[in-house]
Write a protein that binds this ligand. Sequence first.
Ligand code: GLN
Length: 202
Amino acid sequence: MSDTPVIGVLALQGDFREHEHALLACGVTTARVRSVDELAAVDALVIPGGESTTMSNLALRWGLMQPLRDRVAAGMPAYGSCAGMIMLADTIEGGRPDQETIGGLNVTVRRNAFGRQVDSFESDLHIPALGQDPFHAVFIRAPWVERVGEDVTVLGRVEGGAADGRIVAVQQGHVLATSFHPELTGDVRVHRYFVEMVREKA
Ligand code: GLN
């Protein structure tokens, strides 16, 4: 890897452009990943928000699911937001019967967990790993993390309301995931944190 890591963004579906903008603001090179060759050319991967059932279908259809699993299992740093978190979870609740995940994160994630009433909402979270200032988090039909394995670190939880205490940001070694969409707010601290993970790995 050169001094400037190439961070891939899985571009099958979802808000991959917004992740590209956030990553570019962190001073790294990005590349869209839609094929096995494109996956082989990146040092790390961001999996965007969108629709995890569609992403799963497309990854299977385009022959990317197993190569993605192999890369993550081999230690490639990966970060998933929202649908991307679902894609990285070892186990999901509320998935479609044919829905598969890449896995790598020893958690159970519940899809569309916040329910209809608060389908989408915004909330300030305290995420010590990102510094003192609260992180303004945007949730859109978001999942939450229902079970974390022993090797998983909880980075952030919802504060207040019906979902008080629900886990929405986690890390397990080289794998990072958030229920919310930092790519939509202009606060690039989550992306910078991921870039640091990638640099440390190198
Ligand atoms: N509800 C979507 C899913 O299950 C995730 C929503 C999102 O990424 N904003 O894939």
